[in-house]
Design a protein around this ligand. Structure first.
Ligand code: HEM
Length: 424
């Protein structure tokens, strides 16, 4: 597919909206609000993307069969002058990912993942999440302070998903690094050629190493099946006579998509609660509100503010003519603050009902890991509030939002908190 974004449409708005300006990285919602009211279907010359910020446009776009999730052309486009061979392994991997495919291929791949998400498997995750959270908090509980990102949010989803997949402890640090390298290139909105070449090579190398590890684990589980997700998927694949070559890619997709997204949402959630002491108190007084609090965190400050699609044909959205091959960024984050859909959208209200946010998207690509992500957030936040008395921001340390040009992910590099130490 030939991407059109280098050719700026003649009617493009002169107005620029810098999504990566420091003030937007610190808080993007005032900028999203401006975009939604001034130019809700905006062509960003800087990014070469169309950006949708209205709920109704984003909701319609995730169901629009004229838009493709096949991002191969987008990945190649990011390379600039770099040879496509440099990301061949990365492309080989993502072309087998459900998030990057359209029906009927998408329908087939999504079905292949089902055996890993049985009710029995999901129930077994609860104790893994609780034990992992407790183990991480044991390390900091008597210190009176921690960095929510490095002490908790990075390790928690990594350890949990590794347990679920039965990844040996010795490989977990590598796995986190590879997932970060893959996610950084996957969501990068662009940058200098040198920067992109570096990100692309890292992502390609990570895909090779990741795949080798998963193949090795699959072999091992074939000889000695357990109750982990690799064993479940592997048995189902053999029983149903599916192509074995695809199994590592499916495992890599589930492992990858569940890491950075959850890390960022934990930090965004803690930040939202500590920034709204009335809501924090309400939750502490009534912990049964945790489920609706998690939904409100997903609405108020999702870790996946955007996803992308490619126009398969010429089409019109909100009166703007979009040509075939254009990249369209669907703003889940901006849509979640649309006053046409949500009453007082800038208010963080942990009892909000209804709350039809797009934090996990909607339609055929609705997040496969939503059950796991919700469970992780629920257990993690409940345990934090129960075990760390008087949890508050560290007044001496500024929270540091992630500084990157990644449109897809939004979180923190550092979020320091204090609490009353429990010496036991
Ligand atoms: C808080 C954490 C998470 C958030 C905010 C999130 C968000 C999303 C969103 C917005 C999409 C749709 C992307 C699109 O339409 O292009 C998606 C898809 C997906 N997510 Fe998640 N996710 C999270 C956690 C997880 C976890 C824990 C897993 C796996 C264990 C996971 C696996 C997937 C997969 C496989 C897809 C692709 C589904 C498809 O294309 O049919 N996610 N997620």
């Amino acid at each position: 597919m030939n991407l059109q974004h280098k050719n700026m449409p003649a009617f493009a708005n002169e107005q620029t909206y810098d999504l990566f300006a420091p003030e937007a990285l610190a808080n993007s919602y005032p900028l999203f609000k401006r975009m939604r009211s001034e130019d809700p279907v905006h062509y960003s010359e800087a990014l070469g993307y169309w950006i949708l910020t209205r709920y109704r446009d984003v909701e319609a776009a995730v169901r629009d069969e004229r838009l493709s999730s096949n991002r191969t052309a987008l990945f190649i486009n990011k390379l600039g002058s770099l040879d496509v061979k440099e990301i061949q392994n990365f492309l080989d991997m993502t072309s087998h990912w459900m998030v990057d495919t359209d029906p009927p291929e998408h329908t087939r791949l999504r079905k292949l993942g089902n055996p890993g998400f049985t009710t029995r498997a999901i129930e077994s995750w609860r104790s893994i999440i609780q034990n992992t959270t407790d183990r991480l908090l044991d390390r900091v509980q008597n210190q009176g302070g921690m960095d929510v990102v490095s002490d908790l949010a990075v390790a928690l989803p990594g350890f949990i998903i590794s347990e679920i997949f039965g990844v040996p402890e010795t490989d977990r640090a590598n796995l986190l690094e590879w997932a970060r390298d893959i996610g950084t290139f996957f969501g990068a909105a662009g940058g200098s050629t040198i920067e992109m070449a570096e990100l692309a090579r890292k992502a390609d190398k990570a895909a090779v190493n990741f795949c080798a590890l998963i193949r090795q684990l699959i072999e091992q589980r074939r000889r000695q099946p357990g109750t982990d997700m690799i064993s479940l998927l592997s048995v189902a694949y053999q029983e149903q006579g599916f192509n074995d070559r695809e199994l590592p890619f499916l495992c890599m997709e589930i492992l990858n998509t569940g890491l950075l997204t959850t890390t960022d949402l934990i930090a965004n959630g803690v930040n939202a609660l500590l920034s709204h002491p009335d809501q924090l108190q309400k939750l502490k007084k009534n912990p049964t509100l945790i489920n609706s609090a998690v939904e409100e965190i997903l609405r108020f400050d999702t870790s996946v503010p955007f996803s992308t699609r490619i126009a398969k044909q010429d089409l019109t959205i909100g009166g703007k003519n979009i040509t075939a091959g254009s990249i369209i960024a669907l703003g889940f984050g901006p849509a979640n603050h649309d006053p046409e859909k949500f009453e007082e959208p800038e208010v963080f209200d942990i009892t909000r009902t209804p709350n039809e946010h797009l934090g996990f998207s909607s339609g055929i690509h609705f997040c496969v890991g939503a059950v796991l992500a919700r469970m992780e957030l629920t257990i993690c936040l409940t345990t934090l509030l129960r075990r760390l008395p008087n949890l508050r921001f560290d007044p001496d340390k500024q929270a540091i939002p992630t500084k990157h040009s990644n449109l897809v992910l939004k979180g923190f590099d550092s979020l320091r908190v204090k609490f009353d130490a429990c010496l036991n």
